[in-house]
Design a protein around this ligand. Structure first.
Ligand code: NAD
Ligand code: TYD
Length: 377
């Protein structure tokens, strides 16, 4: 494998994947294809942007002609597809943008890869189209108490690993898709197109579904960076509903590590779920964030608890997500490198130490600077 296009590389997870591949594989040419929407920020890649094996191309994945020409020009061997509209609240307000980018954009990449690789003497041999998806396509899980035990209770994954959970059911790879939000419906649709391209044309595809990620460079519309910044500035923390919803959190670098392993060793046409067996109620995470920010800023721990403000619930708010990643652990030997407490401490520190990164986003300056630079090329 030599020439790899990573789509959405200027976003949160994509930037960690680009960084990992550029640093770990100097023999690969890494092409970051990104439209630079509001969520794309090239400041996320400042530390690697002048590496000789890295190149940025500003492009919309829906631009079929542009994507096809780029694949020919760079003789692409592998595609790692992360570009997407990714925020549930935005999808509730503007579902069309989600269908356009997540469904039509993925289709445009699939068709371009198929046509380009079919034109080569070796065909699909040694090629790979890796699609990054979400656990949200499986819908929502119930919270159940086995024999009246108050959750979270200790339970056992199919790998035999013990962990804390809020229910007895988990998302496994064979589960039926039941998306509820326009975001998850668009991701589910894109997953179906990827599998259809394997089953119909033999395109060498892989799909992974990951749980909620957290860590540096996440856009501050998502729970963790938004709340860290609000606590710092003593702004209200808008908790949807009662804060009882459960999410399964994974440190973003561990997701990038999983993508590396699966890209190189995963079985074609297979699906892998990625998660850290790390379920948290929103309100409990929020309390951890308040205590951590307060402590690191030298305030009395917990003094900002009164920032918690319960607001109207998100429409169709999924109750619980919980990934069973036993298959990935068993078959490819991946497991998370960080415990949650360690990951959250690192994450809060990073946001507090990188206030300039945050201010550039909240002021909107980041878009102006990079858009001007690349539009004028
Ligand atoms: P993000 O919103 O931070 O970044 C998305 C990136 O895609 C941005 O750089 C944006 O500019 C780019 N993009 C958007 N539309 C584009 C288009 N039409 N053409 C080209 N580029 C475009 O998203 P993220 O949180 O890093 O998520 C990346 C992928 O991982 C998504 O596919 C998402 O569904 C999936 N995922 C995310 C999570 C999570 O917790 N964030 C969990 C599981 C899966
Ligand atoms: P989010 O980070 O948007 O991720 P997702 O919707 O993909 O899970 O939200 C995580 C959880 O936090 C989710 O249950 C919604 C909740 N939430 C709030 O309570 N308030 C907020 O301001 C945000 C952004 C999210």
């Amino acid at each position: 494998m030599k020439n790899i296009i990573i789509t959405g590389g200027a976003g949160f997870i994509g930037s960690h994947v680009v960084r990992l591949f550029v640093n770990k594989y100097p023999e690969y040419n890494i092409i970051n294809l990104d439209k630079l929407t509001y969520a794309g920020n090239l400041a996320n890649l400042k530390d690697i942007e002048s590496q000789p094996n890295y190149r940025f191309v500003k492009m919309d994945i829906c631009d079929f002609d542009g994507v096809y020409a780029l694949m020919q020009e760079c003789k692409v061997d592998g595609i790692i597809h992360l570009a997407a509209e990714s925020h549930v609240d935005r999808s509730i307000k503007d579902p069309f943008t989600f269908a356009r980018t997540n469904v039509m954009g993925t289709l445009s990449l699939l068709q371009a890869a198929k046509l380009y690789w079919e034109s080569l003497p070796e065909g699909f041999e040694g090629k790979r189209f890796y699609h990054i998806s979400t656990d949200e396509v499986y819908g929502a899980l119930e919270m159940t108490d086995p024999e009246g035990v108050e959750p979270p209770f200790t339970t056992k994954a199919s790998s035999g690993q013990h962990h804390l959970a809020y229910g007895t059911k988990f998302f496994t790879e064979d589960l039926k898709y039941q998306p509820h939000s326009p975001y998850s419906a668009s991701k589910a649709s894109s997953d179906h197109f990827v599998r259809a391209f394997h089953d119909t044309y033999g395109l060498p595809t892989i799909v992974t579904n990951c749980s909620n990620n957290y860590g540096p460079y996440q856009f501050p519309e998502k729970l963790i960076p938004l709340f860290i910044n609000n606590i710092r500035h003593r702004k209200p923390l808008p908790v949807y509903g009662k804060g009882e919803n459960v999410r399964d959190w994974l440190y973003v670098v561990d997701h990038a590590r999983a993508i590396d392993v699966i890209f190189h060793k995963g079985t074609i046409a297979d699906t892998y779920n990625i998660g850290g067996f790390n379920e948290w109620k929103n309100i409990d995470i929020i309390k951890v964030l308040i205590n951590t920010v307060d402590r690191l800023l030298g305030r009395a721990e917990g003094e900002d608890m009164d920032l918690i403000t319960y607001v109207t619930d998100r429409a169709g708010h999924d109750l619980r997500y919980a990934i069973d990643s036993s298959k990935l652990q068993r078959e490819l030997g991946w497991e998370p490198s960080l415990q949650f407490e360690e990951g959250i401490e690192k994450t809060v520190k990073w946001y507090l130490e990188n206030q300039e990164w945050m201010d550039n986003i909240t002021s909107g300056d980041y878009m102006k600077y990079y858009s001007d630079m690349y539009d004028n090329r």
